[in-house]
Ligand binder design. Structure first.
Ligand code: FES
Length: 187
C-alpha cells in the first residue's frame, strides 16, 4: 500500500458518494417497470419526458412504463404480429385514423403509421388506456392477439387499433423518438 492509498480514500469516498448520488438522480428521471397499481404520484406527474432503455426487450416482449401518470406500453412485436396487422385492410378498421402524435392528425391507421416507422416497425409505443372509459387493457389477449380490455370487452389488434367492442378509437401513440438504438424518449 503506498502513501497515496492511505490519503486518497477520503477523496475516493467522496467521489464515490458523489457518483452514487448522480446515479440515483439519473435513475429517478428514467422510467421504471410498471408493476404497481395506478397511483400517480407527484414525481410521476412531474416527469414530462422519460427515457426508457429497451435493450432487454427481444421480439415478443413488452414493458409498461408510467408517463405523466399513465401506463405506456412498449412492445417489441414479433414478425407474426406485424404481418397480421399489415394484412388488415383499412376499410375493416373501426377507427381509420392513426392517432399518432408524431404524425399529422389525418394520418391513416396503417400498421407502419401506428409503429415507430420505417426500419423500426417492430416497435409499438402507445398509451395503455382503453379509449372507452379508461381501463388498462391486457396484453396479448382478445380476438385479434393484441390487447383486450376486460371492463366492457374491447378488442385491439397487434397495432393497438380498436377492432371490436365499445371503444371508439385506437389507443393513442404518444410523442416519442429513439434517441439511440436502444433508448426511447417519450414526451
Ligand atoms: S373501458 Fe375498456 S371497454 Fe370499457
Amino acid at each position: 500500500m503506498s502513501a497515496n492509498d492511505t490519503i486518497d480514500p477520503t477523496r475516493r469516498d467522496f467521489l464515490y458518494v458523489a457518483t452514487g448520488m448522480a446515479g440515483v438522480v439519473g435513475a429517478a428521471a428514467v422510467a421504471w417497470p410498471f408493476i404497481d397499481q395506478m397511483r400517480p404520484d407527484a414525481s410521476t406527474l412531474a416527469a414530462s419526458s422519460i427515457e426508457v432503455d429497451v435493450s432487454s426487450l427481444t421480439p415478443g416482449m413488452s414493458l409498461t412504463v408510467k408517463w405523466r401518470g399513465k401506463p405506456v406500453f412498449i412492445r417489441n412485436r414479433t414478425p407474426e404480429e406485424i404481418k397480421s396487422a399489415q394484412e388488415v385492410p383499412l376499410a375493416e378498421l373501426k377507427d381509420p385514423v392513426a392517432r399518432n402524435a408524431n404524425l399529422s392528425g389525418d394520418a391513416q391507421a396503417t400498421d407502419i403509421d401506428r409503429s415507430a416507422g420505417d426500419g423500426k416497425e417492430n416497435w409499438l409505443v402507445m398509451v395503455g388506456v382503453c379509449t372507452h372509459l379508461g381501463c388498462v387493457p391486457l396484453g396479448q389477449q382478445g380476438d385479434f392477439g393484441g390487447w383486450f380490455c376486460p371492463c366492457h370487452g374491447s378488442h385491439y389488434d397487434t397495432a393497438g387499433r380498436i377492432r371490436k367492442g365499445p371503444a371508439p378509437e385506437n389507443m393513442a401513440i404518444p410523442t416519442f423518438s429513439f434517441i439511440s438504438d436502444s433508448t426511447i424518449r417519450i414526451g
